[in-house]
Ligand binder design. Structure first.
Ligand SMILES: Nc1ncnc2c1ncn2[C@@H]1O[C@H](COP(=O)(O)OP(=O)(O)OP(=O)(O)O)[C@@H](O)[C@H]1O
Ligand SMILES: [Mg+2]
Length: 246
């Protein structure tokens, strides 16, 4: 679970998975039989890697059994075995909590990552943070190519007061999406500085030729992909920070 936070492709996942499962266990076994062989003690930091703690447990039990006094129960385990066993449980809890936390924060293929401090800091931006956002980088676009009604719509959206946002089922403000370049394909501008407001009771149809950016727009509104710049509010809820309510 912990490693899956950093892996998105099943191919890399199986390679890393096998590496961790097979190679770390083999390395741990070799170290147990050589430099950490009884009566030497294992270096404490190695317990952080679960394969080491686990193979240490197996090594201890096998070794003792080999000398004819097998481990019979909790009453006759020695100190290092106790520590190894305890560390398996402790570290599994630590990795589980880390995985749950990192999964929220590390960017994944889909969805919008939360801020690293989301656990103790409210996600709703404070008034001064909002100011910063509005002064954010202006996206360059050829204004002469923009239709006059699109221009008028942008002006309307810009003139809506923040307090009135909840009255609109949907407000889209300068929403811009650039897909990053991948494998030699240059970055692709899919949605260009799109602004729109939909009033209550209004019905809206989103039409456009293939590749116009309709799916990209809907994907941003549903939280599948984060916008490159701009923002949108659904019934006053910010798609970047209040996605759960959205
Ligand atoms: N994941 C992606 N990575 C890179 N480019 C993408 C990605 N998804 C879409 N694009 C590109 O972004 C542009 C907009 O695509 P989008 O799918 O949003 O258009 P659309 O209006 O839904 O088209 P259609 O009518 O064919 O469904 C297209 O040029 C497309 O090639
Ligand atoms: Mg589409």
């Amino acid at each position: 679970m912990f490693l899956s936070v950093f892996l998105s492709k099943s191919q890399t996942a199986s390679i890393i998975g096998y590496t961790v499962a097979v190679w770390l266990t083999m390395i741990a076994c070799v170290l147990n039989l050589t430099i950490y062989g009884i009566p030497n003690k294992i270096d404490k930091f190695l317990y952080v890697i679960p394969s080491f703690a686990f193979s240490r447990v197996i090594y201890f039990m096998a070794k003792r059994c080999g000398y004819g006094y097998c481990v019979k129960g909790f009453h006759d385990i020695d100190e290092e075995l106790t520590v190894s066993l305890a560390m398996i449980f402790v570290m599994s809890l630590v990795y589980l909590l880390l995985a749950l936390y990192l999964y929220q924060v590390v960017p994944q293929t889909y969805g919008i990552p939360k801020k690293w401090n989301f656990l103790w800091k409210s996600q709703t931006p404070s008034p001064d943070e909002e100011e910063e956002e509005e002064e954010g980088p202006e996206v360059e676009y050829d204004q002469t190519l923009e239709d006059s009604d699109a221009k008028a719509e942008r002006t309307l959206v810009h003139n809506i007061d923040k307090e009135d946002f909840p009255r609109y089922p949907l407000i889209i403000k300068d929403l811009h999406k650039v897909y990053p370049s991948m494998g030699g394909i240059p970055p692709k501008v899919a949605t260009k500085n799109f602004s729109l407001r939909i009033k209550s009771g209004e019905m809206f149809g989103l039409l456009g030729p293939n590749g116009a950016g309709k799916t990209t727009l809907i994907s941003m509104l549903t939280g599948m992909y984060g916008p490159t710049s701009g923002n949108a509010w659904i019934a006053g809820n910010d798609i970047k920070t209040q996605l759960e309510i959205v």
